[in-house]
Design a protein around this ligand. Structure first.
Ligand SMILES: *[C@@H]1O[C@H](CO)[C@@H](O)[C@H](O)[C@H]1NC(C)=O
Length: 408
């Protein structure tokens, strides 16, 4: 504090150009002090204002993700970024509990203890907030809650608008977006956007209790509707049929859903879309390491991957704030461990969906898990850029200090 104070004094004197800068002398360390309110007011320089007031505590500040600079990226094409956090508060395509439209707000609030000054991720040996990437909180897509056809158009248009922007850094071809849902159907819009921006289909790494490759007929209704195909259990079926998902490279992880009818038809549908299925129970037999190896073996480090994390992959005891809870899920620690192990993937985009804070606990545990998942994904995206630059070793996870075993 002492050295800051004297520096400020010198700066203040230089800028004001006068020896007496009354407003800066009251630092309370010895000697007679004139109380601030009895001194003559002197306007601080911008630098001094920054020094005094720019700091944010975890609990202070307007609610952006991890206290990041908030820009409405959709209306600000002249502010380039490398990674954008974008809220997509859409939840009118759900089959059970609504409420994920409040997910972006809840995840942002739960990210409050993430700050750039204490953002060093020990497993990755980088601070994603203080590295090469310009990361912004891009605000929300203002999605209509009244018309799902229009909503899907809006979301897709938003992903195209942002996806085609030039990034700030030359390290990334296009800016990367991490979406905070919203229900899971938003992934159809992101995949449509990615397909155009990257000029081809991408693999999907899908953490979820459910398949979400369901044929729309698996949501039977005596009132047929084509619009009803767009729902949070069929968006990957739609995406596969549109050729947006790489057939044969994609993975589900954490499955434990009941299936339709009395046979394996849902799995057969899923097979025809080319997904590998890793069940929730598999973690008991394979351990997190086995799951990491299965994912990396399937996807490699070159395939463009869209990472989609439905928070209901977690056990509802740990993450109750979600729309379609299923008992018997992974712990937050297991999910985070697996995310840490797959940092070598070539991520082109990601989402964290189905956080519905109305059903969350008073300790906001679901939203906290969502915020941590976003931090791990951000870390991996930034670290991948460093690896591509040759600034970190090829082997994922090496180089972390203090964590002890970081071979995953
Ligand atoms: C995926 O590939 C399999 C095997 O080649 C094929 O039977 C299936 O129709 C393909 N699915 C889609 C959605 O293209």
């Amino acid at each position: 504090m002492r050295s800051y104070s004297s520096l400020a004094l010198v700066l203040g004197s230089l800028i004001v150009g006068c020896g007496v800068v009354a407003g800066h002398q009251n630092h309370g360390h010895g000697g007679k002090q004139i109380p601030l309110h009895e001194q003559e007011y002197v306007q601080d320089s911008v630098e001094e204002l920054e020094r005094k007031w720019s700091f944010e505590w975890g609990f202070s500040g307007v609610n952006s993700f991890a206290h990041l600079e908030h820009i409405k990226c959709l209306t600000t094409p002249d502010t380039p970024f490398d990674i954008g956090i974008i809220g997509v508060p859409f939840d009118t395509a759900v089959s059970y509990r609504p409420g994920a439209r409040f997910g972006p707000r809840a995840i942002r609030a739960a990210s409050a203890r993430q700050t750039s000054f204490r953002g060093f991720n020990a497993r990755a040996a980088i601070n994603p907030y203080m590295s090469w990437a310009k990361i912004l909180d891009c605000g929300d897509v203002p999605v209509t809650p009244f018309d799902n056809f229009v909503a899907l158009e809006q979301m897709t248009a938003a992903y195209l608008e942002l996806g085609y922007r030039s990034p700030l850094s030359s390290l990334t071809q296009r800016p990367k977006l991490i979406s905070l849902g919203g229900d899971h159907s938003i992934a159809l819009a992101t995949l449509r956007g990615l397909n155009k921006v990257y000029g081809g289909s991408v693999a999907v790494l899908h953490f979820d209790a459910h398949l979400d490759t369901w044929h729309p007929s698996k949501y039977p209704s005596p009132w047929p509707s084509e619009q009803a195909q767009f729902n949070h259990g069929s968006m990957f079926w739609m995406a596969s049929n549109e050729g947006l998902i790489l057939n044969g490279s994609s993975v589900h992880a954490g499955l434990r859903t009941r299936l339709s009818g009395a046979d394996w038809a849902d799995y057969e549908d899923d097979d025809s879309q080319g997904f590998l299925r890793i069940s929730s129970d598999d973690i008991d037999d394979m351990g997190p390491k086995g799951i990491i190896d299965a994912i990396m073996g399937r996807m490699g480090t070159d395939t463009p991957v869209y990472l989609s994390v439905d928070i209901d992959v977690l056990d509802p005891g740990l993450a109750p704030g979600t729309g379609t809870p299923e008992a018997g899920g992974w712990t937050s620690r297991e999910l985070i461990r697996i995310l840490r192990g797959i940092e070598g993937l070539n991520l082109v985009g990601a989402d964290i969906v189905e956080v519905a804070p109305a059903y969350d606990g008073v300790g906001e545990q679901t939203a906290l898990a969502g915020a941590q998942v976003a931090y791990e994904i951000l870390t991996s995206m930034v670290k991948r850029g460093l690896r591509d630059m040759g600034k970190v070793a090829e082997v994922p996870g090496k180089g972390g200090k203090g964590g002890g075993k970081d071979e995953l």
